[in-house]
Ligand binder design. Structure first.
Ligand code: NAD
Length: 481
């Protein structure tokens, strides 16, 4: 079976595929390391052309009735659903994630976002403000050209999560996927054209960090939405601030998952597995600091180890595989070094290890302490750090002792404690007695260094629009002279 995934050309500008004029970009299949496509980055002139095309197209797109924009986005949903299998296979080749996941999680979640905002488009209204004889009203208007920059772990979902609210509100977009996973966004651009989105409303440029940087400072760009790491977020936010651009920052995390003695053991173990090992651990909101209360700790670890043995690591295109390779060699080496560092620092490995080749098995550490690197830094791989605690006040303090604030979870049967603990945790996205579910209806995003703004839900509309206030004078104008 051929694994070639070469697209028609590397970029998508003004409604058509265009070959890049910048340096080469090899796309590797993480499972075998073979080159499945060779792309070219966008040149600075091509980035400018993409932004200029987005600026022109946005005017026509914003003038369209919102219900019509919604209708067009709904057509894109249907096309994605019809092609889900083919798109899932491409996503697996691009990312190395098991087909078992990409069939149900990646494009389906992207389609769900498009469906949601397609319906929401026509419901966005302003306010009428009575002022006696006079009155005022507000209009929620699009921002203009939005730049989207994506991470490699959920490339097509991220592309859709940004495009859906942006386009529904009448903005246009120039999107730069991660250089590691550039293929899905091109498919989205193709699908939009087929659905009837006007040429130029959604453009894709390829490239490494500097192409993203040139997008952020392009004079046509009014807003930047980044999904990536905290160090990149800091750079992009700073650069965007120069031009007073709006931002959404979806960044990394080191989220706590707190399991109290009274938790349902089986559910808590299931959640910890999903919170650490789904997508081979490459998820920003993962609950990688699992705090176990002393009374449940040993039972939890025993059951966890038993269940982790059921893992099926291997060929991502095999439908039985549920644990794929890491995205690339650099990431694999970084995770291995962190596992070795944890052992050297005295953490006890209860299962897993450094693995072989591109694979790292689900790895669990016990007896870790808060100051260890594995308890402080984002690993972005299948490594769970468990820490023990005695009481609520202590665990909340320790859970909050981090610069990150993306997500948090709590497992307990005590209703009031569940809500009290969540109320005291510094995190943007939280779960009680479950973990990592991110339906489009629920706002998603972080606090502290994990981000600014929210994706999904009606909240994202505010991040892709601005308010215009209009005072309407109904009488004469009284001036002092
Ligand atoms: P990364 O920060 O290395 O890169 C993200 C994107 O930014 C890439 O497209 C990259 O080319 C681009 N980029 C790099 N430097 C840039 C610059 N100076 N200006 C503009 N763009 C630049 O992140 P990654 O390794 O691709 O992804 C993993 C990270 O993403 C993890 O930290 C993870 O937690 C985070 N993430 C967050 C979310 C979320 O929603 N909060 C979701 C997925 C991933």
């Amino acid at each position: 079976m051929s694994l070639s995934a070469q697209p028609k050309a590397s970029l998508f500008i003004d409604g058509e595929y265009v070959e890049g004029e910048g340096p080469e970009l090899a796309v590797l299949y993480p499972f075998t390391g073979e080159t499945i496509a060779t792309l070219r980055e966008a040149s600075p002139e091509q980035v400018e052309r993409a932004c200029a095309s987005a600026r022109r197209a946005q005017v026509e797109w914003a003038a369209m009735a919102p219900v019509e924009r919604g209708r067009i986005l709904s057509r894109a949903v249907r096309i994605i659903e019809e092609r889900n299998e083919e798109l899932a296979r491409l996503e697996t080749l691009d990312t190395g994630k098991p087909i078992q996941e990409t069939l149900v999680a990646d494009w389906p979640s992207g389609a769900e976002a498009l469906e949601y905002y397609a319906g929401l488009a026509a419901t966005v209204t302003g306010q009428m403000i009575p002022l006696g004889q006079d009155w005022a009203y507000t209009r929620r208007e699009p921002l203009g050209v939005c730049a989207g920059i994506g991470a490699w772990n959920y490339p097509s979902q991220i592309a859709c999560w940004k495009a859906a609210p942006a386009l529904a509100m009448g903005n246009s977009m120039v999107y730069k996927p991660s250089e590691e996973t550039p293929l899905g966004a091109l498919k989205l651009a193709e699908i939009f054209i087929e659905a009837g989105v006007p040429a130029g409303v959604y453009n894709v440029v390829q490239g490494r960090g500097q192409v993203g940087a040139s997008l952020v400072t392009n004079p046509d760009v009014a807003k930047v939405s980044l999904t990536g790491s905290v160090p990149t977020g800091r750079k992009v936010y700073t650069a965007a601030a120069e031009g007073m651009r709006h931002v959404t920052m979806e960044l990394g995390g080191k989220s706590p998952l707190i399991v109290f003695d009274d938790a349902n053991l089986e559910d808590a173990v299931s959640a910890a597995i999903l919170a650490n090992f789904y997508s081979s651990g490459q998820i920003c909101s993962n609950g990688t600091r699992v705090f176990l209360q002393e009374g449940i700790k040993q039972r939890f670890l025993d059951r966890l180890v038993e269940r982790v043995r059921n893992i099926r690591m291997g060929d991502p295109l095999d439908p039985d595989t549920n644990h794929g390779p890491m995205i690339n060699a650099a990431q694999t080496a970084k995770i291995r070094a962190m596992i070795e560092g944890a052992e050297a620092a005295g953490a006890r490995m209860v299962c897993g290890g450094t693995g072989e080749g591109a694979f790292i098995p689900p790895t669990v550490f016990a007896d870790a302490t808060d100051d260890m690197e594995i308890a402080r830094d984002e690993i972005f791989g299948p490594v769970m750090t468990t820490l023990s605690f005695f009481d609520e006040e202590e665990v909340v303090r320790r859970a909050n002792d981090t610069g990150f604030g993306l997500a948090a979870g709590v497992f307990t049967q005590d209703l009031t404690r569940a809500h009290r603990v969540i109320g005291n945790l510094q995190a943007g996205t939280c779960w009680i007695n479950t973990y990592n579910l991110t339906p489009v209806q629920m706002p998603f995003g972080g606090v502290k260094m994990s981000g600014v703004g929210r994706e999904n839900s009606a909240a994202a509309i505010e991040h892709y629009s601005q308010l215009k206030s209009v005072y309407v004078g109904m009488g004469g104008v009284d001036a002092p002279y």
